[in-house]
Ligand binder design. Structure first.
Ligand SMILES: CC(C)(COP(=O)(O)OP(=O)(O)OC[C@H]1O[C@@H](n2cnc3c(N)ncnc32)[C@H](O)[C@@H]1OP(=O)(O)O)[C@@H](O)C(=O)NCCC(=O)NCCS
Length: 349
């Protein structure tokens, strides 16, 4: 394969990008990340760069559920290592960029911009990729300006996302937009049935969960299949309950006759927040119970923030979360499926 289209001479020398990272470069990547990220983020330790290197080397994210794989790119100028960036491929055709890091002595020379343009061009050669996005701490002005210069736009502000008292901006660039859904108000949920709902953390079998989740997530998410369901079930075990292993909890709602009527996945995040996604319910009763249990479970885990990602067409879920003290923080443009925007709703605990 030729690297010709991915070279540029706009910096001092010839810039090339590669995914063949040498061991000394992996070491440099680790130390550059650990130098810059802890300034902005809590609970970032060596396991963070290590898991990026491991996943990129393996070519698949064995602990991811929305993340399928990561690619780690190195930028070399005339053969000298000068910059790194990471691309995390998500189900549904979006890619999360970053962190991007340039050698300190070469910052503000245009290298970061030239490097990221090359990497983004290579990613977008794949016609299935619709969107690039990333997050930036609101106090990190240079990274914010850097990414705005690359054509990203702000889609929202997540309060206390990776550190108490510090906000995170979500930036996105929709490259191949879909036709926005003509179902802006989606379907409404049925009222709560008589007899109540029981929420537990007893995991269903893979077949039952797949049969439940895949048709119900189809409207809001693309790329949901049996591997997604397995990645959730695999993440429930005791030995996976660390950030690096992306441990999760699964809340399931059942009717008195035992039928599944709702499911929510709760994921602790570095910095003290917890995420709920997906949050699926067949009726108002299941939705209410799942939200109350998720808030309770997140508090018990000592989380200071809880947020949910909800396809915009799920109006009842948005209303229910708002009634529970969640605020609309971001409108993610076509985050998980072409033509469907998603909301982030968050609250402190
Ligand atoms: C963010 C980073 C990758 C930018 O790379 P870079 O090579 O310095 O960026 P460029 O030289 O291409 O700068 C492009 C634009 O970004 C903005 N920018 C970059 N550094 C800036 C700074 N220190 N202050 C203000 N704006 C800045 C400017 O708008 C700049 O354009 P200009 O120089 O014409 O004004 C680099 O600063 C870095 O490695 N930082 C440390 C790691 C980090 O914090 N990464 C983000 C973690 S998520």
């Amino acid at each position: 394969m030729t690297t010709a289209p991915y070279e540029t001479t706009s910096v001092q020398g010839q810039l090339t990008i590669s995914e063949r990272i040498r061991p000394d470069e992996a070491e440099l990547f680790r130390s550059l990340l650990l130098d810059s990220l802890p300034t902005h983020y809590d609970e970032v330790d060596a396991s963070f760069p290590d898991s990026i290197v491991d996943t990129a080397t393996a070519g698949t994210d064995r602990h991811g559920y929305f993340t399928r794989t990561k690619r780690l790119f190195v930028g070399r100028v005339d053969g000298r290592t000068q910059a790194f960036t990471v691309a995390s491929y998500k189900r549904g055709g979006a890619v999360k960029m970053g962190p991007t890091v340039v050698l300190p002595e070469l910052r503000r020379t245009g290298l970061g911009t030239a490097f990221r343009r090359l990497v983004e061009d290579r990613i977008l050669d794949d016609q299935h990729i619709r969107k690039l996005y990333l997050t930036v701490t609101s106090g990190n002005t240079r990274t914010l300006l850097f990414n705005l210069g690359l054509g990203y736009q702000v889609e929202g502000v997540l309060a206390g996302q990776y550190r108490k008292g510090s906000s995170e901006l979500v930036l996105g660039k929709v490259v191949r937009g879909g036709r926005l859904s003509d179902l802006p108000y989606g379907r409404r949920l049925a009222p709560a049935p008589a007899g109540g709902v029981e929420v537990s953390e007893t995991p269903p079998g893979a077949q039952e969960l797949e049969a439940y989740l895949t048709p119900r997530m189809r409207e809001g998410f693309a790329g949901i299949d049996g591997t997604f369901v397995h990645s959730i079930l695999d993440a429930l075990s005791e030995d996976r309950q660390t950030y690096a292993c992306k441990g999760k909890r699964l809340l399931v709602a059942r009717q008195p006759d035992g039928a599944l009527c709702g499911a929510a996945v709760l994921v602790p995040k570095r910095g003290g927040a917890a995420k709920i996604s997906p949050l699926v319910a067949d009726h108002q009763g299941a939705l209410l119970e799942l939200v109350e249990h998720a808030v309770h479970a997140a508090r018990q885990m000592g989380r200071h923030r809880l947020y949910a990602i909800v396809p915009e067409l799920e109006r009842d879920t948005v209303e229910r979360l708002t009634a529970h003290g969640f605020h609309l923080e971001a409108q993610l443009r076509e985050a998980y499926k072409a033509g469907v925007d998603s909301f982030v709703l968050g609250r402190t605990l």
